[in-house]
Structure formats: C-alpha cells, structure tokens
Write a protein that binds this ligand. Structure first.
Ligand code: NI
Length: 158
C-alpha cells in the first residue's frame, strides 16, 4: 500500500470524465487500497480515483460510523434518489474551501465491489452525500461548481 498524491484545484484532470473499469483485477484492488490509505491519512470521507490522477471509475468512502466498513465502489451508478438535504461540503482536492450544496437525502446505487461482484448500496444522509460527491468526480464535476451562492468559506490553514 502507498500514499498517493492528491490532485488539487486548478489541475485539469479534475474536469475529465473517468472510464469504466472493465476487469476488476489486482491493479484495481491495489489502486483502491492506496486510495483508502490516502483518504484515511487525510481524514477524508471519500476519494475518487481521478483525484489521485487515475481516470477510472473507482471511488472509496468511509463515513467513520462504528461497525461500518469503508466502501470500495467500482463503476458506481445511481439508480434511485429520494428527497434532498442541504449540507456542508468539502473536498480533498479543495483543501481550503467549504460550502453548502444540495444533495439527495437518500440514494441507491449499483456498483462492483473489490472482488468484481455486483452490489447494491443504499445510503442516506452523509453516505448519500459522499456517494453523490464522488460520482460527480467520475463525471468531471466538482462540488465547487454547484455550491449554494453565498455559502463559500475559505479556511486558512496554519
Ligand atoms: Ni471531492
């Protein structure tokens, strides 16, 4: 496992669309492991492969809820959403920016897990928010482009 370098604001790769994973092999599993390690080191809730410079449809999520394992989701696809929530959001690629965005309250997705098995995941609240945020990354979209006007906060870190 290894820590990977996070691509940040201004890096054109963040605007690119990621490609479907055709075969879930060792290389993809290694990528996912590295992404988990990188995300955990930075106390992130989610990370998309494009953020470490790989244009493949792989995301990892950890809501740090007790008893809930981190998610590795490959080729995730939203099949249903329900309701909406206004939530505070940040992104490891925009380390100093936080803002409010509108997200579905609940989301159901289908994806492949790290063994290449088809799974369905239903998430609400923070998990729904994280899933939508990370799938946006796979489509070259970043949260900063969909913030609720007037809610942007710039945090200066020492
Ligand atoms: Ni992000």
């Amino acid at each position: 496992m290894a820590i990977r370098i996070i691509r940040t604001e201004g890096d054109e790769i963040l605007k690119k669309k990621s490609r479907e994973v055709e075969i879930v092999d060792e290389k993809i599993r290694e990528l996912a492991e590295d992404m988990l390690e990188t995300m955990h080191k930075l106390n992130g809730v989610g990370l998309a492969a494009v953020q470490v410079g790989i244009l493949k449809r792989v995301i990892v999520i950890d809501t740090y809820e007790e008893g809930v394992e981190p998610f590795v989701l490959i080729n995730p696809e939203i099949i249903k959403t329900k309701g909406e929530q206004t939530v505070e959001e940040g992104c490891l690629s925009f380390p100093n920016k936080f803002a409010k965005v509108l997200r579905p309250k609940e989301v159901t997705i289908k994806a492949l897990n790290k063994d290449g098995k088809k799974i369905e995941v239903k998430g609400k609240d923070l998990l729904a928010q994280a899933i939508c945020h990370e799938i946006d990354h796979l489509n070259g979209e970043v949260f900063i482009d969909k913030i609720i006007p007037g809610t942007l906060e710039l945090i200066t870190q020492e």
